[in-house]
Design a protein around this ligand. Sequence first.
Ligand SMILES: [Zn+2]
Length: 319
Amino acid sequence: MDKILRTLISDGKVSAALADATSLVAKAVKLQGLSPVSAAVLGKVMTAAAVMAAELKSNGEKLYINVKGDGPAGGVYVTADSKLNLKGYIDEPALTLRLADGSPDVEGAIGKGRLTVVRDMGLKENYSGTCPIETGSIEEMFTAYHLYSEQQPTAMFLKVITAPADRAKNADGKTKTARAQTTDGKTKNAGETEDGQTASVVFAGGLVVKAMPDCDREGLARALEIMDKIASSDIPFGSGWLEQTAARYLPAAPSAEYAPVFRCGCNRRYMKRIALALGRDELEKILAEDGEVSVQCHYCNKNYTFTAEDFNKAERSKK
Ligand SMILES: [Zn+2]
C-alpha cells in the first residue's frame, strides 16, 4: 500500500514528507501502457502531486497540475484531491529518450515550458500559480513553484524505477496496443525491446523537505544533508524502503500519515459531455461515418461508445 509519512526534522524547523507512491504510479502506467521513460516522467510528477495533496487542508479541495514543456513528452496532467485520490496521464505514452548511461532522459523529454498548479478550494474562483520550467527537471520545477508561489524553500528527491514487464503480462496488453496505435497512427510492436513494452514499476517515491517559517539557513542545510543521505542510501528501492528509511534517517515520531491511491472516477455522463464538446456538426459527421462516437478516457484508457440515440436522449433531457 502506498504511504506518505510526514515528520519534522532539524529541531522542528523543517517539514519532511517521505513518500512511497509505487502502487498508484504502477496502476496509471499499466492502464495506459506506458514505456519505461514515459513511466519515469509521469511517476515523478504523480509522486510530487501526492505529497502536495497531503498538504491540502480543506475537505473537497482539489489540485490540477500541468507540466507543459516543448520536449517530446508533450503535456503531463495530474489531478489530486484532499482524500489523496490521484489520477494522471502523459501525452506521449511511448517515450524512448535515454541518457548515455541508459537512464530515462526525463529533462530532455519535458524540455522548457511551464508548470501550472490550479487549486480548487470550492470557492468562486480557483487559485492558480505558474512558474517557468527552465531545465525540464521535475524536482527543480516543483522546487521553484513552491518558492515562487508559497515563498517556502523546498527541496525534493524523486525516484522511479522500472523493470521490463515480463512476456506473460505483455501478451495480454490489449490496452497498450490500442493506445500505441491511436497516438501516432503507427502500430508499435510490443515485446521487442524494453522501450517497446509496458513498463513494470518497481518503485516510485521520494522525499520532499520544506522549510518552516522560522527555519534558518543552518536548519535547511541539515535537512538537505539528510536528503542526500537518503538519496544515496543502500536501502533498496522497493517495498519496505519507506519504513526502513524513516527508521534510519527520520527518527522523530511521524506527525501524520496518508494513503494515496489511484482513482480515475470517469463515467458515461462525464464522457458524454466531452463528446458533446466536439460540437454538433462534428458529432453528426462521425455518427454518419461510423454509426457511433467513441471517447477514450486519458487516465484509465476506458472506452465509452455513444450512438445517435444516446445524444438524442441527452438533448431531450435538457428540455
Ligand atoms: Zn477513466
